[in-house]
Design a protein around this ligand. Structure first.
Ligand code: TYM
Length: 326
């Protein structure tokens, strides 16, 4: 069975971008593949964070994985720092990764701009740790959002380079995307929705909060007055409709927008209803899990054991190949 690996940073509540761009795919993939879903806490400390909040964030992310339908009987759910091999393989892969390749990464450039006082070595090394995550499990499939494609390409380069120098060891993993690989911000649709912008619709948001965030969201700028016709293709709200609404509703809002038969608020109301409906089972399960966090801890401890078994084998193989195990 082919292996799948993916992860998310425990850096705040998941939003519909994480859900539509990655998590939705994870739930589907676990039906067919051997899946490893990681809580990448070592990645989360490369940008500013509060130690007191980290434990909560990790637990909340684990609950989100479970609430979205990741089944711990089928998939391995674990915390990255529980499996020390991730850091060890990173160190080895660092030795075959030129600094120039890392300095070119878009995410490194963006985060450096966002946190000019926090440009640390680990931030630069982020993609090598990501490569180690994937290659430790010899994963062939990596479901991520579009923003991670460049990192995935680097992982493939690193795998190829390692194989060439030290002999065939790693498969070259392929990224797979969903139909909505880049969900845009509600307040600035030229930027992707992110955990830090605070405006994203969180998976645990109530119907009222979803409505509050949607009601002020940016639409097609051509629709200044209610009577101005718009173009759905230029509207972020319509793009979201494509992920949450039925074919009939899509036709209704597209036609209503083009002919100015409906206003943006009516269009948003339909979307808010549909998002709330789709996320309702998630919220319910999340609330249930919050009453039984011991169970979540147990799942993470068990997951780390299962992950370590494979990670340690790969690390031994890698060390042998580079002549370190005597
Ligand atoms: P993170 O936590 O930033 O993002 C988690 C996942 O959500 C996707 N995503 C989005 N998809 C669509 N639209 C958006 N607006 C949006 N925002 C986020 C991301 O692409 C990602 O799939 N570096 C990874 C974590 C990671 C990882 C790995 C992933 C560490 N090691 C190994 C795969 C394999 C990240 O971006 O996390």
């Amino acid at each position: 069975m082919k292996r799948v690996f993916s992860g998310m940073r425990p850096s705040g509540q998941l939003h519909i971008g994480n859900y539509l761009g990655a998590l939705k795919n994870w739930v589907e993939l676990q039906k067919k593949y051997d899946c490893f879903f990681c809580i990448v806490d070592y990645h989360a400390i490369t940008t500013p964070f509060k130690p007191a909040e980290m434990k909560r964030n990790i637990l909340e992310l684990a609950k989100s994985y479970l609430a979205s339908g990741i089944d711990p009987k089928k998939s391995v759910i674990f915390i990255q720092s529980d499996v020390s091999e991730h850091a060890e393989l990173t160190w080895i892969l660092n030795t075959i990764t030129p600094i120039g390749e890392l300095k070119r990464m878009t995410q490194f450039k963006e985060k450096s701009k966002q946190y000019p006082g926090y440009i640390n070595i680990a931030l630069l090394d982020y993609p090598v740790l990501m490569a180690a995550d994937i290659l430790l499990y010899k994963a062939e499939i990596v479901p991520v959002g579009e923003d991670q494609l460049q990192h995935l390409e680097l992982t493939r380069t690193i795998a190829r380079r390692f194989n060439k120098i030290f002999g065939q060891t790693f498969p070259e993993p392929k990224a797979i995307l969903t139909k909505a690989p880049r969900v845009m911000s509600l307040t600035d649709p030229t930027k992707k929705m992110s955990k830090t912008d605070g405006e994203g619709i969180a998976l645990i948001d109530s119907k009222e909060t979803i409505w509050k965030k949607l009601s002020t969201a940016v639409t097609d700028p051509a629709r200044i007055k209610r009577t101005d016709p718009g173009e759905p293709k230029k509207c972020n709200i319509y793009t979201l409709h494509q992920s949450f609404s039925s074919k009939e509703e899509l036709d209704y809002v597209a036609d209503g927008c083009r002919k100015a038969k409906i206003g943006c608020l009516e269009c948003k109301k339909i979307l808010a209803e549909n998002i709330a409906k789709e996320l309702a089972p998630f919220r319910k399960k999340y609330t249930e899990l919050s009453k039984n966090e011991d169970l979540v801890y147990k799942i993470l401890v068990d997951g780390a054991k299962r992950a370590k078994k494979i990670a340690s084998q790969t690390l031994i193989e890698v060390k042998r190949k580079i002549g370190l195990l005597i």
